[in-house]
Write a protein that binds this ligand. Structure first.
Ligand SMILES: Cc1cc2nc3c(=O)[nH]c(=O)nc-3n(C[C@H](O)[C@H](O)[C@H](O)COP(=O)(O)OP(=O)(O)OC[C@H]3O[C@@H](n4cnc5c(N)ncnc54)[C@H](O)[C@@H]3O)c2cc1C
Ligand SMILES: *[C@@H]1O[C@H](CO)[C@@H](O)[C@H](O)[C@H]1NC(C)=O
Ligand SMILES: *[C@@H]1O[C@H](CO)[C@@H](O)[C@H](O)[C@H]1NC(C)=O
Length: 420
């Protein structure tokens, strides 16, 4: 009996000792961070740490407290100092967080560590008007990049559908949207990066200079360094956008037309559309919420009134950019392009908006969803690249099969050129 009690006691003492050890290691990070003299902020506030363990996906929240501290850097120097501190004993993991709009805890540290919330950093967006590029801090949001460059009548050429995402966050993925068929993803439109490497060195990289690092960081899921500055290509910005939707009930016709439209990449602007996307309509209600705020009537047609194949319709979404002075010739160009397509003739919906409103379109949907409490919810989203040879099977099996008419989220489908 006595021996057992003793054993128990020893075990309890041992567990306590282990607990203390873990706690000590955990707590030493904060003094390390406060001693290195950051210009920005360090927070160990439980509610803030909890907030950065969540992201747009809201699929996972860490049960164990893995985030030890949150740093809001005020400069490149701050990022360097944190990464250097992370390499000293007791070492800790570091993770860059842009706007936290990925979905499965990607911007959180997997191990005990520090999240660097990139934020505005040193804050400057420098537009090089003559050179036609812009230098931005890695945490800058695309919406703010757009606003700053528009003051010069310039804009980046390749986008994501939603602009409240950070430059570092989308460049760590790819950044794709309806312009990708023509300009390539956002990562194909970057001239140069400043990167803080895992050792805390600052390296400038480009196609010519430290190109291994450049290509590793672009699309590198935050694993090859922290992007602190990106130099992004610009072009003269159009003023307005004709925005068109047409419907299909036949999937092969729909994908044939989409593929035809992206085969026009690289042509003169007058001979192609500027944006090609599309979505699947399996439930009339949902397109009201997500993609229709700019069109009136907002719900263009009743699915049941069209001969939907298996209850599913496909919407091709295309745009043409223009300057006020060219409004007439744009109509002719659109007319000529639409003639080559095979959509349901009665299903053409057109609207016309300023360029910035078009690019920022999902924000309008966001405000609407927020007002209904439908934005801060779980988003089990999935992006897939499906080879052209299997896309028909995908339609049969997934859109018409698994999803049928009973899903309640946006389903986008658009083709992309591999060589871009
Ligand atoms: C409503 C909505 C619409 C979207 N539409 C599109 C779309 O049309 N096209 C598209 O391509 N994507 C789209 N996305 C996905 C989005 O582009 C990615 O999830 C992107 O990573 C989010 O950016 P973020 O700044 O929120 O990144 P975070 O979620 O903060 O970070 C994402 C990853 O990037 C890393 N990272 C962040 N900043 C840096 C940095 N400065 N240096 C190095 N690594 C860094 C993080 O560590 C993490 O691994 C959409 C997302 C939402 C919520
Ligand atoms: C869809 O169109 C293709 C030709 O593009 C045709 O072969 C096929 O029969 C059509 N499917 C339906 C269900 O009408
Ligand atoms: C949805 O699918 C179910 C079962 O497949 C079917 O009974 C129903 O009629 C469909 N509804 C619509 C609006 O197409």
């Amino acid at each position: 009996m006595a021996a057992m009690k003793n054993n128990l006691l020893v075990t309890i003492l041992l567990s306590l000792a282990i607990c203390c050890l873990v706690l000590t290691v955990g707590l030493t990070v904060e003094p390390t961070l406060t001693e290195i003299g950051l210009d920005g902020e360090v927070s160990v506030e439980a509610s803030e740490l909890e907030a950065v363990s969540l992201d747009f996906g809201r699929l996972s929240r860490r049960e164990e407290k893995t985030t030890l501290a949150l740093v809001r850097p005020a400069s490149l120097d701050d990022v360097v100092k944190v990464v250097k501190a992370a390499n000293k004993w007791p070492s800790f993991a570091v993770s860059a967080r842009g706007h936290g709009h990925s979905i499965s805890g990607q911007a959180d540290t997997r191990m005990k560590g520090v999240v660097i919330e990139m934020g505005k950093g040193s804050g400057e967006i420098k537009v090089w008007e003559k050179e036609m590029y812009v230098d931005v801090w890695g945490g800058e949001l695309w919406i703010d990049v757009l606003k700053a460059t528009m003051e010069y009548g310039l804009a980046p050429m390749s986008w994501t559908d939603y602009l409240y995402l950070s430059v570092g966050g989308t460049l760590s993925n790819a950044g794709i949207s309806g312009q990708t068929f023509n300009y390539g993803p956002q990562i194909s439109n970057v001239f140069e990066l400043d990167v803080v490497t895992g050792k805390g060195e600052v390296m400038t990289c480009s196609e010519e200079r430290n190109s291994d690092l450049f290509h590793a960081v672009l699309g590198g899921l935050g694993q090859f360094g922290i992007i602190t500055r990106a130099r992004i290509a610009l072009q003269p910005a159009p003023q307005r956008v004709r925005w068109i939707r047409v419907l299909y009930s036949n999937f092969s016709t729909f994908s044939k037309d989409q593929e035809f439209l992206i085969s026009l990449h690289g042509r003169q602007a007058s001979q192609r559309f500027d944006y090609v996307e599309g979505f699947v309509i399996v439930d009339e209600g949902l397109i009201n919420n997500w993609r229709s705020s700019f069109f009136s009537p907002s719900n263009p047609v009743k699915i049941s009134s069209l001969n939907a194949d298996g209850g599913v319709l496909y919407c091709l979404e295309i745009t043409k950019n223009y300057h006020q002075g060219n409004a007439d010739s744009v109509d002719e160009e659109i007319e000529a392009l639409l003639k080559k397509l095979d959509f349901i003739p009665t299903s053409v919906f057109t609207t016309d908006v300023p360029y910035v409103d078009f690019l920022n379109r999902v924000h309008k949907a966001e405000l609407k969803l927020r007002s209904k409490g439908l934005w801060d919810v779980s988003h089990p989203w999935l992006n897939l690249f499906v080879p052209k040879s299997r896309i028909e099977d995908f339609d049969k099996g997934v859109f018409k099969g698994i999803l049928g008419n009973k899903t309640s989220g946006p389903i986008l489908i658009y083709p992309m050129n591999k060589n871009k």
